[in-house]
Design a binder for this molecule. Structure first.
Ligand SMILES: Nc1ncnc2c1ncn2[C@@H]1O[C@H](COP(=O)(O)OP(=O)(O)OP(=O)(O)O)[C@@H](O)[C@H]1O
Ligand SMILES: [Mg+2]
Length: 396
């Protein structure tokens, strides 16, 4: 017997039930995230950490505080130091003249963390890299160009509720606005780290831009123009791109001045990376032929990610990659760790949860710091004014 219900109704209804359930789960996750928001920054640093980050001894900090050159430390009611915010550490750097920024003639680095393979850790690496650089006193802009908005969520923003589509890249990308990207830049809880957020609405840039590019290929350069201008106020701009080749990805390839390619060391993932590299070559050639400005990267570097040390196959693949790519792969691999998922459920990063001092948490954090230090060296090597200092540090 035929049902009176319209064709396919049962399927739509069952999907709709899934949507309702998914919304419920998201909203409980947000409640969890909101419970821990407040205070004055992502974390506080102990005196020893703060002094180390500021590049001076604990005694030097104490003396500057006693002399009134730095504000007196804030104390708990017990008399213990409350710890320093990143803004306070940055104030120490200003006082001691130990800021590690690019020189006025060094070009800002616009780094795209890209691979067309989904789920390789692009957003995780982008968000952690941005926070690492900000913690070291660099001025950082992170740009979420993926409508899935994972990076935006990792910074504690709810892409649906907190982000209006007209505060994403969309209006600028499709030329509804032409007064620069300033309208989209918002501060984060990290001192010196700003975000251009994304939400689902950004996806429409894919088809609008593709229509526009048919008539005028220079539309692909809009992101580059906007980011080059915005980058003048920063040392490092980090772009988290979508996982497929589309108009936004092409714009990212055009805008970037350096590329980091996360690659899990399995043969399937490696095959995708090889395909990505081949496509990168083709796309850069095509962009150079079609658009006015040449695409030039100061570095293109692989990063082995999600590496499970106990897995023999991962070890073999990592060795092969390390030897074959030598100078074009970061020396330290990013290890697989459940800490990333634990943190992301609360819409934050491992750097914000490092209060947890379990062995696995410490291991994950130390590994991340080593990976990010490798990346920092790559970035600083592009700045002529840092060369002498790098040599002094024993880095060529
Ligand atoms: N080193 C790691 N160890 C364990 N899990 C990780 C690691 N890096 C990322 N993840 C987890 O893998 C999943 C995918 O990561 P992420 O969203 O960063 O990838 P992506 O490349 O940005 O994905 P997409 O292609 O969808 O944009 C997330 O659940 C993240 O927490
Ligand atoms: Mg992502």
């Amino acid at each position: 017997m035929e049902s009176d219900a319209p064709k396919g109704r049962a399927t739509v209804d069952s999907i709709s039930a899934l949507v309702t359930t998914a919304d419920g789960i998201l909203s409980s996750m947000r409640d969890l995230a909101e419970d821990r928001v407040g205070d004055d920054g992502p974390r506080r640093y102990r005196l020893t950490e703060a002094a180390q980050l500021a590049g001076r001894s604990v005694d030097a900090v104490r003396r500057a505080e006693a002399a009134g050159d730095l504000p007196a430390p804030r104390l708990r009611s017990s008399g213990q130091r409350l710890g320093y915010t990143l803004a306070e550490v940055n104030r120490m750097r200003e006082h001691f003249g130990t800021q590690k920024r690019r020189g006025p003639d060094d070009p800002p680095v616009i780094l795209a963390v890209q691979n067309f393979k989904g789920g390789v850790g692009k957003s995780t690496i982008s968000a952690h890299a941005a926070q690492y650089f900000a913690e070291r006193g660099y001025r950082v802009l992170i740009v979420d160009t993926d409508s899935q908005a994972s990076t935006t969520a990792l910074f504690g923003f709810n892409p649906d509720a907190d982000i209006e589509t007209d505060t994403t890249l969309l209006p600028y990308l499709i030329a509804d606005r032409s007064d620069g990207l300033g309208y989209a830049v918002r501060p984060t809880r990290w001192d010196g780290l700003d975000l251009i957020p994304a939400n689902l609405g950004l996806y429409s840039a894919e088809y609008i831009l593709s229509q526009q590019v048919k008539g005028d290929v220079s539309r692909l350069s809009r992101l580059k123009t906007g980011l080059l201008e915005a980058a003048q106020s920063y040392d490092v701009v980090i772009i988290d791109p979508p996982p497929a080749l589309g108009m936004i990805s092409l714009s990212v390839l055009q805008a970037a001045t350096a590329i980091l390619i996360p690659t899990p060391p399995s043969s399937i993932d490696f095959a995708s990376t090889a395909a990505y590299l081949a496509m990168l070559e083709e796309v850069v050639e095509a962009l150079n032929a079609q658009t006015q400005e040449a695409v030039e990267y100061s570095f293109v570097t692989l990063l082995a990610t999600k590496v499970v040390e106990q897995k023999g196959a991962h070890e073999v693949m990592r060795d092969v990659m390390g030897r074959a790519f030598s100078g074009s792969i970061l020396p330290t691999a990013l290890l697989d760790s459940a800490e990333f998922d634990t943190a992301s459920v609360e819409m934050r990063t491992v750097f914000e949860t490092s209060g947890g001092q379990s062995r696995t948490a410490r291991r994950c954090r130390n590994n991340l710091l080593a990976v990010m230090h490798d990346l920092e060296v790559k970035v600083r090597q592009t700045w002529p004014s840092h060369r002498a200092q790098l040599r002094e540090e024993g880095i060529a």
